[in-house]
Ligand binder design. Structure first.
Ligand SMILES: [Zn+2]
Length: 370
């Protein structure tokens, strides 16, 4: 994620903090100073934020390691001031699996809260000097309360919270995936409006921000599910671009620049001039970078990307969009080494717009059934 600093790698997954997390540290120091807390009190407050941070990281690992059990990798875990994000490569679409992945995060906080409360009741809590967070309850009792709050907040039945996924998974046992998502998104939006009204009446800006966030989260999730439904049963060969320009590997950067300007095609597939076999892809950004640092006579073969995944035309689109999402904005489609098409983010969107937008009273078109 942009603007994040990698701080650790656990279980093969990078853990990063977003720079805005530093604002939280500054805010805590500000609160402590305003309360005239001692240096010890300020340090306790920062240690408490560190404790909350650890609980949020463990929550995300709950999601990530459960997803791994179903063969889904996690690219990174990033912690923001408002919570964590585990960037799963995809969501498992079997309702039972999605249910377990979604529940695993809050379940970790339930366990932490139970252990902390048991410890506080059996051994007692640590008394702390005056600070903005823990002077009334003790350090670990307050941390237990925060974990309970994390569970309640995350289990609100609205996207993008875990509760929204739980609700969708439960509905998906009975309904089609896209329909289950639309119903869950609707529930989330009704809740968001409720939160907004509550936030306005209570004059609480945090509640209002969360309400807007929840309202938009529902829309994004519903759109993604509609796309998935539209792509069901469609192959790369149905969607790919078949009219495009190629460039031979001996061509120079200057010739490539001319081809890009003449065709308005941003990325050029590079092919062997004699056999026509696909050799690599000359991306627009790489071309622009090379023109500013290399001689214009340099062959495109020294700048092109050769380690891109290629898609056979009979790849299901549901798999292809995941590969494309990880390698945007365009991928070559090859059959027995020959370039037969290009699959780009733009032409996928075009396909969805022209063929797969459900109209009132019309079922989503599925090209295999035509
Ligand atoms: Zn979660």
């Amino acid at each position: 994620m942009k603007g994040s600093l990698r701080i650790a790698r656990l279980f093969g997954i990078d853990v990063a903090i977003h720079w805005t997390f530093l604002l939280l540290v500054v805010y805590v120091v500000f609160l402590s100073t305003r309360q005239q807390a001692s240096l010890a009190g300020t340090l306790v407050a920062l240690a408490f934020i560190g404790g909350v941070f650890t609980c949020v990281v463990l929550h995300e690992f709950g999601h990530a390691l459960t997803a791994r059990a179903f063969g889904v990798k996690t690219r990174h875990i990033t912690i923001l001031p408002i919570g964590g994000v585990a960037a799963l490569e995809r969501m498992p679409t079997k309702p039972g699996q999605e249910l377990l992945v979604a529940v695993a995060g809050p379940a970790v906080n339930v366990v932490i809260a139970a252990v902390l409360l048991a410890g506080v009741l059996l051994v007692g809590d640590v008394k702390t000097p005056q600070n903005p967070f823990t002077q009334s309850t003790g350090f670990f009792g307050m941390l237990a309360l925060v974990n309970i709050a994390l569970v309640v907040f995350n289990m609100l039945p609205a996207f993008p919270m875990d509760g929204g996924r739980v609700l969708r998974a439960l509905l998906a046992f009975r309904l089609e995936y896209a329909r289950a998502t639309r119903v869950a998104a609707m529930v989330g939006r009704v809740m968001a409006v409720g939160l907004l009204v509550w936030g306005v009446m209570a004059g609480n800006p945090v509640l209002m921000i969360i309400a807007v966030f929840v309202y938009m989260g529902g829309g994004a999730e519903a759109a993604a599910a509609t796309q998935r439904a539209a792509m069901q049963g469609t192959l790369v060969g149905d969607v790919m671009q078949t009219s495009f320009r190629t460039i031979p590997s001996e061509a120079s950067l200057a010739e490539a620049a001319d081809a890009v300007i003449a065709s308005s095609q941003r990325d050029l597939p590079v092919v062997d001039a004699y056999s026509g076999r696909f050799e690599g892809l000359l991306r627009h950004d790489d071309l622009a970078g090379a023109l500013s640092s290399l001689d214009a006579g340099t062959p495109v073969s020294s700048v092109m990307q050769t380690n891109l995944p290629t898609l056979p035309p009979d790849t299901p689109m549901l798999d292809a969009i995941e590969v494309l999402r990880l390698n945007p904005p365009v991928l070559p489609v090859t059959h027995a080494g020959d370039l037969v098409g290009m699959l780009s983010v733009g032409n996928v969107n075009e396909f969805l717009l022209l063929h797969a937008t459900p109209r009132p009273g019309q079922r989503i078109r599925r090209s295999r059934e035509d």
